[in-house]
Design a protein around this ligand. Structure first.
Ligand code: ZN
Length: 468
């Protein structure tokens, strides 16, 4: 059959159009292809940045999906790393009115235990035979925060184990190794007083304490001796080692000095005994100094200090039972009544009555004018006939009015004794600041060759002129 030429042409055109249309459909039928890289289900750590592995998003022809092109996409990051839970991380694209997406399931979990931090001194060590002294630690969990108070600490002697578990059951354990070492030598100590009067005694007292071994005094070796009967300088060498071989050495020069008749001090303390007398007696014992106490009964609770004064070799004299001027200077009878009451106390404490005394206010006092004319002259004469000796003073510490400063008390005494060959020095053991300063004076006096003596009936009386 023969078709007309026109028809043929028409059919050709239709065929070409059909082919073109078919091709157009085939090559333009697209979809969006989203492929996740990695797993669809993932777990990520609480508190740490979540980094998705990504996805491949392409626009592909439906019939020829091998041929595709990258296509623009969007991300919906629904992951909250700061909250435990399950989240979706989405890649999506919209194309030709259609929505395409791929979802990854992300679970935020806490799988890591707290971090334990130990405080430690890089040079630190623990003494042998001592337990480790905790320097400190902390435990911080990303989720729970500070869990230091939940740390379980186990002391095993040579190591310490710190263990802690967070609220999701994640545990951490840290071990501290204890370093035992002894790097310090013992410390040798002795009195800093190194002056001994000729013919007296020297107590070689010292102590050695080691930080690891404790008291090692009995291991101290002493080289040298002090001959208290020969004036001169003596060197004593002390040495001691601890169990770890740390050695300590100390040297001390002790000076034995002769009595100098131009440097004599009769130190006297009035108005006590009182609250500070025991402390004064300790100081006197330390320096082996003997003094004279003119005692009262003003601080009656301290009466038994008189016994200690006596037993430790100090001289005791009457000052006054009441130390009340109005009472004692009322009349000679009143004075001797008060005097005898005081001597009764002294006898009670020492077993002896005394024959030396000091008038309240001294023999030159003018306060007695207020109560009885001429009483001091009368009392002075009566005391002589009674076989009693009274003492005044030629050096003042100034503690009864001029100063309340311990340093000034010391200065006054130094200046006073400096200008006297024989000093009868007045001070008061009833005053705290005097006792505070007095050790300084004793040290100075001994270092400068002074000798302390106690008063008796034959001592210099240092009398003042009687005014009343
Ligand atoms: Zn007095």
């Amino acid at each position: 059959m023969k078709l007309k030429k026109g028809v043929k042409l028409f059919l050709c055109v239709v065929a070409v159009i059909g082919i073109l249309a078919g091709c157009t459909i085939v090559f333009n039928w697209y979809r969006i292809d989203i492929k996740l890289a990695g797993d669809k289900e993932v777990v990520s750590e609480f508190g740490e940045e979540y980094v998705d592995e990504g996805a491949k998003v392409r626009k592909v022809a439906v019939l020829f999906p091998l041929f595709g092109r990258e296509y623009e996409y969007k991300i919906d990051n629904g992951v909250d790393v700061n909250n435990i839970g399950k989240y979706e991380y989405k890649y999506y694209a919209d194309f030709n009115g259609k929505h395409y997406e791929a979802v990854r399931n992300v679970e935020i979990k806490d799988t890591v235990g707290p971090v334990i931090t130990l405080v430690s001194d890089p040079d630190g060590y623990t003494l042998p035979n001592h337990s480790y002294e905790e320097e400190g630690f902390s435990a911080i969990d990303k989720h729970d925060g500070d869990v230091t108070d939940k740390v379980v600490r186990t002391d095993n002697g040579d190591n310490i184990v710190y263990q802690v578990t967070d609220s999701f059951g994640n545990s951490t354990e840290v071990v501290r190794t204890v370093v035992f070492d002894d790097r310090n030598a013992p410390v040798i100590t002795f009195d800093d007083y190194n002056f001994v009067q000729l013919g007296t005694s020297f107590a070689n007292e010292y102590k050695a304490i080691d930080d690891a071994d404790g008291d090692v005094t009995d291991k101290v070796q002493v080289e040298g001796t002090v001959d208290v009967n020969t004036a001169g300088e003596y060197t004593l060498k002390y040495s001691v080692s601890d169990a770890y071989g740390n050695k300590a050495e100390m040297e001390r020069v002790v000076k034995v000095f002769d009595y100098d008749p131009d440097k004599v001090i009769f130190m006297t303390f009035d108005d006590g005994p009182g609250p500070y007398t025991d402390r004064l007696l300790d100081i006197l014992a330390k320096y082996n100094i003997k003094v004279t106490f003119f005692v009262t009964h003003v601080y009656s609770n301290y009466e038994d200090c008189i016994k200690r004064e006596y037993e430790e070799g100090h001289a005791i004299g009457v000052h006054s039972y009441t130390h009340n001027y109005a009472t004692v200077y009322q009349s000679p009878e009143a004075y001797w009544d008060d005097f005898n009451k005081m001597n009764d106390v002294i006898e009670r404490q020492t077993g002896h009555r005394v024959k030396i005394f000091r008038f309240p206010g001294g023999s030159s006092n003018t306060v007695s004018f207020n109560y009885c004319d001429g009483i001091m002259s009368t009392l002075a004469a009566q005391s002589k006939s009674k076989g009693l000796t009274y003492f005044d003073w030629n050096v003042e510490s100034g503690d009864a009015g001029r100063t309340t400063d311990p340093d000034e008390v010391v200065e006054n005494l130094k200046n006073g004794v400096y200008w006297h060959s024989v000093s009868v020095a007045l001070s008061h053991d009833s005053l705290e600041y005097t006792v505070d300063g007095i050790e300084e004076f004793f040290k100075w006096a001994l270092e400068n060759g002074y000798t302390f003596m106690t008063l008796d009936e034959n001592s210099p009386t240092a009398h003042h002129g009687i005014a009343n």
